[in-house]
Write a protein that binds this ligand. Structure first.
Ligand code: ADP
Ligand code: MG
Length: 255
């Protein structure tokens, strides 16, 4: 059964999309059958893998708001060798519709039931918000990975996220497991980054993943070519770090 992993943090710009795309691509390179779900109306994950989001015939909006199935909307990211459910600005309208529904938080999980067995892993790139879309991701997920940028305000907001996770575990999804906090955009030469990294470990202990994603300009460049880091520059430090992360998660969880 495919493990559903949500990549979430309500802070923007912490590396959620970069992690979703490159973790998904790393797992695909390791021969896993991967589905990547773009659950952010910004559609950054879709664009990062070369999908023309605004001309996609059907997107996650159709899945969540129009009763389409995964099979109806799934696209193939050929180069990255994975399946993707694309998103664009329409997704905002789906969020509003879901808010009006009593069981709105469970819609994504329902839709994934029929395809879960076809994949080894399903990765969900969440929006920078604890909104109804993110709730859908957490309600559907087996695990959550929380990217944390090693900078001054990194810890701010993490306790709100932990509270949300506890509420979801209590009320929607007792199976939700914290797969780990992931340090992103880390610069070893920067004392503050090291301090924040140490603080995270003090605070969250074993929940902090061993793999650390370094700040690497190649990771920022790859999306503009519509390529994962493995197709853009497979031996750069960012690529090696995402490979290490994929291996760590495969060891620690059932992927
Ligand atoms: P989020 O999805 O959390 O908003 P992104 O993954 O889009 O964050 O990252 C925010 C910005 O930082 C993007 O421009 C991205 O290319 C860049 N970025 C992300 N991770 C790294 C990294 N490890 N090194 C350098 N730039 C990065
Ligand atoms: Mg993003």
């Amino acid at each position: 059964m495919g493990r559903i992993v949500a990549i979430a943090n309500q802070k923007g710009g912490v590396g959620k999309t970069t992690t979703s795309v490159n973790l998904a691509a790393a797992l695909a390179k390791l021969q896993k059958k991967v589905l990547l779900i773009d659950l952010d109306p910004q559609g950054n994950a879709s664009v990062a893998l070369g999908i023309d989001k605004d001309n996609a015939e059907m997107t996650v909006y159709d899945l969540l708001a129009e009763g389409a199935s995964v099979e109806d909307i799934v696209l193939r990211a050929e180069q990255a060798e994975l399946d993707i459910l694309a998103a664009n600005g329409d997704l905002t309208a789906a969020e509003i519709k879901l808010l009006e529904e009593e069981l709105g938080a469970g819609r994504l999980g329902e839709a994934l039931k029929s395809v879960k067995a076809q994949y080894d892993v399903i990765i969900i790139d969440c929006a920078p918000s604890l909104n109804m879309l993110t709730l859908n991701a957490l309600a559907a997920a087996d695990g959550i990975v929380v990217p944390v940028q090693c900078e001054y305000f990194a810890l701010e907001g993490l306790s709100a996220l932990m509270d949300t996770i506890e509420t979801v575990q209590r009320e929607l999804n007792p199976n939700l497991h914290i797969d780990g906090l992931l340090r992103t955009m880390h610069d070893r030469r920067n004392n503050l980054a090291n301090d924040v990294s140490n603080q995270l470990v003090t605070h969250f202990g074993m929940k902090v993943l061993q793999s650390i994603i370094p700040r690497n300009v190649r990771l920022a460049e790859a999306p503009s070519y519509g390529e994962s880091i493995f197709d853009y520059d497979k031996s750069c430090p960012g690529a090696l770090a995402y490979f290490a992360l994929a291996n760590e998660l495969m060891r620690k969880t059932q992927i």
